[in-house]
Design a protein around this ligand. Structure first.
Ligand code: ATP
Length: 319
């Protein structure tokens, strides 16, 4: 193998740059050239390629976002578009591709694998919702961002003796909300994986108030309902003003944490190894602290499962 390509696709996540850097450096270590594809599958189809040498990925490990840019490109579902992308890859002498993204990006990757082109996937999304891996690149950074924001909200909530609903990202997954709830000591967390009971939430809030609690933090994952909606429902039940903070896109930005940088470096290097071994249609992941690989379709054929032991623990600790 002499030349491979790398692209980032779907929602950007902190640590994607660190993963691209690892792909480039690991490949260079083995004498393999790397081409960076701009704008995900859109750039692949339009031939937006640039050579990446050792220097071009310098000073990138600490940068959030993705310097290769990302794109949503639904046209990639069309066979003729996929064929054009494949023609571009072959015309450039590229023999393998690393795709960094979520399960949608893996679906795109598998269309190329079905046409005989080797592709390996790296999970990059703050949502931590890629089945088959316990962690995705960007989750730890987003989690730390959310926890820092909630700590600040707590200061003002305590001062004014307010209840706060904090809406966090995660698409259809509750991981970000759940982990943040545990790490920030929230009173209640609402996640898509578990039905909520409004009366139970109110009872918890009242129990806290009765023992002198000055504030309460309710975290709601965006996949459950908008923050202002749950605040309205709570106000209707308690008669008390409930403030709302929607954290929004700041959760996707920022310099990746050390943990995300290490994970991205491991994933990037391992993806290159898989291509060198002639593997195709494999996704890298981490299970029990070990970097592993598995069949990419598993990531979109199975459903993501949140760690519900954390949910139970959160409830026990916020009694
Ligand atoms: P995130 O979890 O951050 O949203 P994602 O990779 O799941 O990341 P998507 O927008 O679902 O994000 O997918 C990224 C891109 O992958 C799409 O814009 C499209 O170009 C390609 N893609 C998604 N699904 C398919 C499919 N079924 N066939 C071909 N290409 C696809």
């Amino acid at each position: 193998m002499k030349k491979i390509a790398v692209l980032t696709s779907g929602g950007d996540a902190p640590g994607m740059n660190a993963a691209v850097r690892a792909v480039v450096r690991k490949a260079a270590y083995h004498g393999i050239e790397v081409v960076g594809v701009k704008y995900g599958y859109e750039g692949l189809t339009n031939g937006q390629f640039e050579e990446l040498d050792l220097g071009s990925v310098g000073s990138l490990i600490q940068r959030g976002g993705t310097f290769l840019n990302s794109a949503r490109f639904p046209e990639f579902k069309e066979d003729a578009v996929q064929q054009k992308a494949l023609d571009n890859l072959q015309a450039a002498g590229i023999e393998g591709l690393v795709v960094i993204g979520g399960d949608g990006s893996y679906r795109g990757a598998m269309t190329l694998v079905a046409k005989g082109f080797p592709v390996v996937g790296i999970p990059g999304t703050i949502d931590n919702d890629v089945p088959g891996t316990e962690y995705t690149i960007g989750f730890d950074t987003a989690l730390n961002t959310v926890v820092e924001a909630i700590d600040k909200i707590r200061d003002t909530a305590t001062s004014h003796e307010n209840s706060f609903v904090v809406e966090v990202m995660g698409r259809d997954a509750g991981d970000l909300a759940l982990w943040a709830g545990l790490a920030a000591g929230a009173e209640t967390v609402l996640i898509p994986e578990e039905a909520y009971d409004l009366d139970d939430i109110v009872e918890r809030l009242e129990r806290g108030a009765a023992r002198g609690k000055k504030h309460s933090i309710i975290i709601v994952a965006e996949g459950v309902m908008p923050g202002h909606k749950i605040a309205e429902l709570l106000e209707a039940k308690t008669g008390k003003k409930t403030r709302v903070s929607v954290l929004g896109h700041m959760q996707r930005g920022g310099s990746p944490t050390a943990r995300d940088r290490v994970l991205a470096s491991q994933f990037g290097a391992y993806a290159v190894e898989l291509l060198m071994e002639g593997k195709a249609g494999r996704a890298v992941g981490v299970r029990n602290h070990q970097v592993i690989d598995y069949d990419m379709p598993e990531a979109f054929q199975k459903n993501h499962e949140a760690d519900m032991s954390l949910y139970t623990l959160m409830k026990e600790l916020s009694i």
